[in-house]
Design a protein around this ligand. Structure first.
Ligand SMILES: Cc1cc2nc3c(=O)[nH]c(=O)nc-3n(C[C@H](O)[C@H](O)[C@H](O)COP(=O)(O)OP(=O)(O)OC[C@H]3O[C@@H](n4cnc5c(N)ncnc54)[C@H](O)[C@@H]3O)c2cc1C
Ligand code: FES
Ligand code: FES
Length: 489
């Protein structure tokens, strides 16, 4: 049986929605249907954080709640099913402000106030999963929120002070009750929503997902929506049928074998970043620069590869690591290398009704080095002009260390994320030294003819990509040299 409804908790109220266009975002729903205008719209594209709300979700064991900040402007309303939505209106306990709010007052953290609800919600979310954050963690939590007038120092101080509060808020007091209510919602059949002749469905397992896509190949898959929703909010596209993959069990797990880390395509970044950081610290650091906390709380690997953008950050890294991906079509599966997925600008080998199930990343072994460089105008919350991913495997050969395996992949240098095969050929079997690096830099000019756009000119792209090869070499020669500026605050 299928309910043609979506049910969730709006703070503590059990809310059912039906006959609503599934193209509606959570922000539009809050402001235009619930008339809760505390949540603001700044950019409607995930960049400013004014629309930040918090979702509480059950963990896999259904024993704990995970509180995550999200951008409501780029989240479709259907994905609320089975979750608790908390907005800035819900924080106050009677007449008493929540400490995430009171500390903003005490630290003079607000002037015009337009950004304030978003900052408060990011600070609230941080407090819910980390009561002893260090300064870097506070900055990470707030990096997706922009303020045009107050200045960040007082807002940062407010968030630090808020996190130190130990008294129980109303959410802690209702914790078990909320868990019980969400467990009940989880037992409901898969949610379906329709309105304005547009449909939304959220399958619960891979067979249901395959069925939906086989029946209606023109359906549009949505995971975090951090890419797809922009086509609705910015390009005014209307999607006839959305199929949400965030509830599909097989796509939202992470497992490890002796040799691989297997990440479900619909698992958000924030759920696998620590594991990848453990095996590949540079990869963990790079993922921390994908969007903002809000974007990483919902954005997925499946979406990052699935959108086939030439400037997506993960594909070059995955290609350099020799990662593979499993594709699923109506019960049949095939596994291909990530590098073989991309055919041409925004064209992939994905067949109609086929979807990405998982991504397999090999674990590191001795003698391997992964170096990643993201070139963007800002450290946080910015799209790459160039992403360079270098994987080098070396072995001692008589008196020299030789490169036995090399994979260099770039984003932003071509219409697809792509390996630099001529450059690799120059380095294969050689020692990594000044001479081979100079030859590699020359060879790179034959691998790519980058384009100019708002992010960078073709000449800049080529120059910076060549220089990154040299930077990689210098970092590998002398690991004590400080070559990266990461802290500005
Ligand atoms: C403010 C902001 C900052 C960003 N910063 C970065 C950044 O720094 N680096 C970066 O790389 N990206 C960035 N992005 C882009 C985006 O967040 C990422 O690409 C993210 O990984 C997309 O994942 P998603 O789950 O939200 O994708 P969605 O929007 O849900 O989907 C994207 C596309 O992939 C398809 N898709 C989704 N899942 C599957 C699947 N399982 N199989 C096949 N197709 C699928 C969808 O149909 C859609 O076409 C940013 C976006 C925003 C809004
Ligand atoms: S309105 Fe700017 S991030 Fe949502
Ligand atoms: S207080 Fe005005 S934008 Fe932050």
């Amino acid at each position: 049986m299928t309910t043609s409804t979506v049910r969730f908790l709006l703070n503590n109220d059990d809310v059912t929605i039906q006959n609503i266009d599934p193209n509606l975002t959570v922000l539009q729903y809050l402001r235009e249907i619930q008339f809760k205008s505390g949540t603001k719209e700044g950019c409607a594209s995930g960049d400013c954080g004014a629309c930040t709300v918090v979702l509480a979700e059950l963990d896999a064991e259904e024993k704990q709640l995970n509180y995550k900040s999200i951008n409501s402007c780029i989240t479709f309303v259907g994905s609320l099913h089975g979750k608790q939505l908390i907005t800035v209106e819900d924080l106050k306990d009677g007449a008493k402000l929540h400490h995430a709010q009171q500390t903003i007052v005490d630290n003079h953290g607000s002037q015009c106030g337009f950004c304030t609800p978003g900052f408060v919600m990011s600070s609230f979310s941080l407090h819910k999963h980390n009561q002893t954050p260090n300064r870097a963690e506070v900055l990470e939590a707030l990096a997706g929120n922009l303020c045009r007038c107050t200045g960040y120092r007082s807002i940062i101080e407010a968030a630090i002070t808020s996190s130190e509060h130990t008294e129980q808020d109303s959410f802690a007091q209702h914790y078990q009750q909320t868990i019980s209510k969400l467990i009940e919602l989880q037992k409901l059949p898969k949610p379906v929503l329709s309105g304005n002749n547009h449909q939304y469905v959220a399958p619960k397992n891979i067979d249901e997902l395959a069925y939906e896509l086989t029946n209606e190949p023109d359906s549009k898959l949505v995971a975090g929506g951090t890419d797809l929703a922009l086509s609705v909010t910015q390009n005014l596209a209307v999607i006839d049928k959305l199929v949400y993959v965030g509830n599909v069990e097989e796509l939202t797990t992470m497992t490890e074998t002796e040799s691989d880390i297997i990440i479900g395509s619909a698992l958000p970044y924030s759920k696998f970043i620590d594991t990848l950081h453990h095996y590949y610290p540079e990869l963990g650091d790079m993922i921390e620069r994908i969007g903002s906390k809000q974007v990483r709380n919902t954005g997925t690997l499946g979406g990052n590869i699935g959108n086939a953008s030439p400037i997506g950050d993960m594909p070059p890294a995955l290609i350099a690591l020799g990662a593979s991906m499993t594709l699923h079509l109506n019960g049949e599966e095939r596994t291909i290398l990530v590098e073989d997925y991309f055919v041409d600008y925004k064209k992939t080998v994905l067949k109609p009704s086929e979807f990405i199930k998982s991504i397999q990343i090999p674990k590191p072994t001795a003698g391997q080095t992964l170096k990643l460089y993201k070139i963007s105008k800002r450290i946080d919350d910015d799209i790459s002009a160039v992403l360079a991913a270098f994987f080098i495997e070396q072995k001692d050969d008589s008196d020299k260390t030789k490169i036995t395996n090399v994979r260099f992949a770039f984003g932003g240098m071509a219409g697809i994320p792509k390996r630099a095969s001529a450059t690799e050929q120059v380095l294969q079997g050689k020692s990594l030294d000044k001479e081979s690096v100079a030859q590699a830099k020359l060879a790179l000019a034959t691998d790519f003819q980058p384009m100019s756009d708002v992010r960078a000119s073709d000449k800049y792209r080529m120059k910076v990509a060549q220089n990154l090869i040299e930077k990689c070499y210098l970092e590998m020669q002398n690991r004590t040299i400080e070559t990266r500026v990461m802290n500005y605050a």
